[in-house]
Write a protein that binds this ligand. Structure first.
Ligand code: AMP
Length: 216
């Protein structure tokens, strides 16, 4: 299973990514976490990443692909992945799709999690007091939400056009969101292209069966 979670900051893609990855026994690849790990490693690349993250700006594509591509390829070779926060721009999506075709690691589905901006802001401010992330201050949160609206939201139409998008209301308890993701994935009609379509149908039927309907 190869799934992308597409969501504004605070919508819970990290939480849903962990839950789905655990249940489906595939790797959860959180772009922000991998980039923060580079920062902690204190490399020159990490220092560059830290500046972008602290401002709430997107890290340049080349760095993102250098950090993310090996993780995605490795996960795909071991049963699949839940991608959280990558791709995040149209250029990233088109380049990732090209690499995906070359390496046979393309996405099966994209889950778009949405919630009102006031809910997102409130959740991020609550997380700030618990985790102390440098980019969870009121000003940077506002900027990250703007960056999402301008740069990442166009991916909703991009994946919808490709017939692999499901949208789920994230303004509910985490277990309800997971259950809703399961339902929406089981309803997804994969794109019409022969073998890929039938493989995808079989895979979606398996996910629907594998994700328990009641919260664990
Ligand atoms: P997140 O943990 O998903 O909220 O991401 C935190 C920060 O990491 C973002 O504000 C960006 O600075 C950076 N980041 C994460 N994913 C990407 C990406 N796909 N492209 C560029 N920057 C990213």
């Amino acid at each position: 299973m190869r799934l992308l979670l597409l969501a504004p900051p605070g919508a819970g893609k990290g939480t849903q990514g962990e839950r789905l990855a655990a249940r489906l026994a595939v790797r959860h690849i959180a772009a922000g976490d991998l980039l923060r790990a580079e920062v902690r490693a204190g490399t020159p690349r990490g220092d560059q990443i830290a500046e972008y993250q602290a401002r709430g700006d997107l890290v340049p594509d080349q760095i993102v692909f250098d950090v993310l591509t090996p993780a995605v390829v490795e996960a795909a070779a071991h049963g699949g992945y839940i991608l959280d926060g990558f791709p995040r721009t149209l250029p990233q999506a088109t380049r990732a799709a090209e690499i995906g075709v070359q390496l046979d690691v393309t996405l099966d589905a994209t889950v778009y999690l949405y919630a009102p901006e006031a809910v997102l802001t409130q959740r991020l401010l609550a997380r700030a007091s618990q985790e102390g992330r440098a980019d969870d201050t009121a000003g940077v949160i506002r900027h990250r939400l703007e960056v999402f609206a301008e740069t990442t939201e166009p991916l909703v139409a991009y994946y919808r056009k490709r017939g692999i998008l499901v949208a789920v209301d994230a303004d509910q308890p985490p277990e309800s969101v997971t259950a809703q993701i399961q339902v929406r994935l089981s309803e997804l009609t994969p794109p019409r292209n022969g073998l890929r379509r039938s493989r995808l149908c079989a895979r979606i039927r398996r996910w629907a069966w594998m994700i328990p309907r009641s919260p664990s």
